[in-house]
Design a protein around this ligand. Structure first.
Ligand SMILES: [Zn+2]
Length: 70
């Protein structure tokens, strides 16, 4: 899918306005939103990647420094 970097409103193909990017106006933004809603867009939330690796293997013990004296 080639997505236009900047410029054209996906709704009416008119030059987009920064304020309503990527749309040219609030109207087109609303139209797009309406499309999504009417299309019955469902937010996919089935794949819950609960891969938490909170296990931190700590080094056993500390390195004891022996005082080198006489
Ligand atoms: Zn537009």
């Amino acid at each position: 899918m080639a997505e236009p970097k900047t410029g054209k409103c996906p709704i009416c193909q008119q030059p987009a306005v920064a304020r309503y990017r990527p749309f040219c106006s609030k109207r087109c933004a609303d139209i797009d939103l309406g499309r999504w809603l009417s299309a019955g867009y469902v937010i996919a939330g089935g794949d819950s990647d609960a891969d938490e690796d909170g296990d931190d293997p700590k080094a056993p013990g500390e390195t004891e420094t022996k005082p080198s004296g006489t």
